[in-house]
Design a protein around this ligand. Structure first.
Ligand code: HEC
Length: 123
């Protein structure tokens, strides 16, 4: 490999790593006490269409870390966090861990749909 190509590769790699590290260590974008909720409880509980949409969102956004029964992150079906307590972690992420903040990436409605899927009994 030519030196110039090697430098470019190193720069690209550093950029990618820097981005990943930055995401993991970002402070929460929303503080719980300043966040204005659209819904104080799950508006989609038992709604089959919302649960199906939640499943799709879970697959594309959460599954990579949480898997079906936990992986890098814990099994969310076994979480003791319910309703807004669960949602706060999704919105803000958990500082100092790999759990990212989803505010700005998912809407609150989408997050409640994911929650509905996690809460729904397995088929
Ligand atoms: C980059 C990996 C990653 C992704 C993607 C991710 N999580 Fe997490 N999540 C984690 C890790 C790691 C933890 C454990 C944090 C800790 O050590 O407290 C966690 C913890 C949580 C918790 C707290 C559970 C508890 O009982 O303490 C919730 C809730 C949660 N994640 C929801 C989600 C949802 C919903 C999504 C998808 C929208 C998601 N996570 C995507 C890594 C991830």
């Amino acid at each position: 490999m030519k030196t110039s190509a090697r430098i470019l590769c190193a720069a690209l790699l550093a950029g990618a790593l820097g981005e990943a590290a930055g995401q993991a260590h970002q402070p929460p974008k929303v503080e719980a006490d300043t966040y204005v909720w659209e819904h104080t409880e799950n508006p989609y509980s038992g709604d089959a269409e919302a649960i199906a949409e939640g499943q799709r969102l879970y697959r594309s956004t959460c599954y990579i870390c949480h898997g079906d029964t936990g992986a890098r992150g814990p099994n969310l079906r076994k979480s003791k966090l319910k309703g807004q307590a669960f949602m706060k972690i999704v919105i803000q992420g958990r500082k100092g861990t790999q759990m990212p903040a989803w505010k700005g990436k998912l809407t609150e409605s989408e997050m409640w749909k994911v929650y509905s899927f996690i809460e729904a009994p397995l088929p």
